[in-house]
Design a protein around this ligand. Structure first.
Ligand code: FAD
Length: 398
């Protein structure tokens, strides 16, 4: 029979991987399993929260999948995968049917852990939105900010590492501050952080001082920033150093690999999926590969850029393994742009390669935007961010 690869999850990782597989080998049978009719992208969703962009700019339909295009025919199944039988190599769908695979690629993204922070469960998210998956939660946080009176207190609770999009909470804080400065200037934003350091920290802090003096207060772990409990009824966030009452509370809880990864037995006790850095094959189950946010295999951050890079490296490895061809050593790139204000962008980049069984950063190959730079450099980086989003979404979904 014809070898078949099943990809579960049509996000930046899974959709990229399905297409890359077809581009590498048109004769490979590739099936993409994704229940949603449209994908809602998280990059730039912080701009939606700040009222700078409509949510429709985040939506990408799967119209190009499931029919013959320049990449060949990818079979699209619009259902949720609910279980994996790793031994028999079968995926079970929500309607009870199951399908077999030669190799399986899991790309389910993250689940928010509603069991990790006392008081914060799915119901609490209706009062204290996480907005860490784009869609209704993004709009809820936007609307709460819009309804807040001037002089209100916004609290953003940021999780410990690792989590989806390391600079994301701080980009969000920046854009919320931009909104408050323009529309509710007597208000304040407090970041309660479970860490003592964060991505692009010096760049963010310098920009906050310049653009939003006195508006943002960052409380690190060592000053009692870690939120240990929440009460949605009173919008109170509890830390070891005392209670904080918010008018708007954005609680970003700890995360783990999407549920299907737990069911397939590819997630370890950390909740994430250890992988081989050359093939992205699970360390725990043969013939199952894990890419994107769900995977953990070293220094690569959880970003859409990384997910896309991992998807292509994984596709090359899967195509080689299926056809019994030699494997190539991948080199992967990540760049994360953040907007501190409209027209003010900063970035961090890194290059990664397999070393000692992990994806290790290539020393000296990456870096951040310069700390001292004229506004024209920040403007250029904001434009690059837009270009990056257009390019990646058209490559993955267009
Ligand atoms: P996802 O994008 O979450 O995709 C997972 C897909 O799998 C979904 O479509 C889901 O429906 C599907 N799925 C899940 N379970 C199943 C199942 N059982 N069966 C079938 N399908 C399933 N990254 C950047 O590079 N740049 C940025 O500027 C940036 N900004 C961000 C800002 C915010 C506020 C946030 C929250 C994230 C940001 N990110 C950014 C990170 C980026 O969104 C993620 O890293 C990226 O989406 C990961 O892709 P993924 O494919 O692994 O997961």
């Amino acid at each position: 029979t014809q070898p078949g690869v099943i990809v579960v999850g049509g996000g930046f990782a899974g959709a990229s991987c399905a297409r890359a597989l077809k581009r590498l080998d048109r004769d490979l049978a590739v099936t993409l399993i994704e229940p949603e009719a449209a994908y809602l992208a998280c990059p730039f969703s912080n701009a939606v929260i700040a009222g700078l962009r409509g949510i429709e700019a985040q939506a990408f339909r799967y119209d190009k999948f499931g029919r013959y295009d320049q990449f060949g025919d990818i079979a699209l199944i619009r259902k949720r995968a609910v279980a994996v039988d790793a031994e028999r190599r079968r995926v079970r769908l929500e309607d009870g049917t199951d399908i077999g695979y030669t190799r399986l690629v899991l790309a389910p993204g993250v689940d928010l852990r509603f069991d990790a922070l006392p008081g914060y469960d799915e119901a609490s998210a209706a009062t204290m939105p996480h907005a860490w998956k784009a869609g209704a939660q993004t709009l809820l946080l936007r609307d709460q900010l819009a309804a807040m009176p001037d002089g209100g207190i916004v609290i953003l609770a940021a999780p410990a590492n690792p989590f989806r999009c390391p600079p994301g909470p701080y980009e969000r804080a920046s854009l919320i501050a931009h909104y408050l400065k323009a529309s509710k200037p007597r208000s304040k934003l407090i970041i309660l952080d479970a860490k003592d350091a964060f991505s692009k920290q010096r760049l963010f802090e310098a920009a906050w001082q310049e653009l939003y003096p006195g508006l943002i207060e960052w409380v690190p772990l060592s000053s009692g920033g870690r939120v240990t409990e929440v009460d949605p009824a009173t919008r109170t966030l509890v830390t070891e150093f005392g209670n904080h009452k918010a008018d708007v509370a954005n609680v970003i809880p700890p995360q783990r690999a999407g549920a299907i990864a737990q069911s397939a037995g590819v997630a370890d006790q950390t909740g994430w999926c250890p992988i081989d850095p050359v093939t992205f094959e699970s360390r725990l189950q043969p013939a199952i590969h894990v890419i994107g946010d769900a995977a953990i295999g070293g220094a690569m951050p959880k970003s859409a850029f990384s997910a896309n890079a991992q998807a292509k490296a994984c596709a090359a490895a899967v195509a080689a393994l299926v056809r019994e061809r030699p494997l190539a050593q991948p080199k992967l790139i990540n760049t994360c742009y953040s907007l501190v204000a409209p027209g003010y962008g900063i970035s961090i980049a890194g290059v990664y390669q397999p070393r000692d069984g992990l994806l290790a950063e290539v020393e000296g190959a990456g870096g951040t935007s310069p700390l001292e730079a004229p506004l024209s450099v920040r403007e250029l980086e904001a434009a690059y961010a837009q270009d990056w989003f257009r390019t990646i979404t058209s490559e993955v979904f267009g």
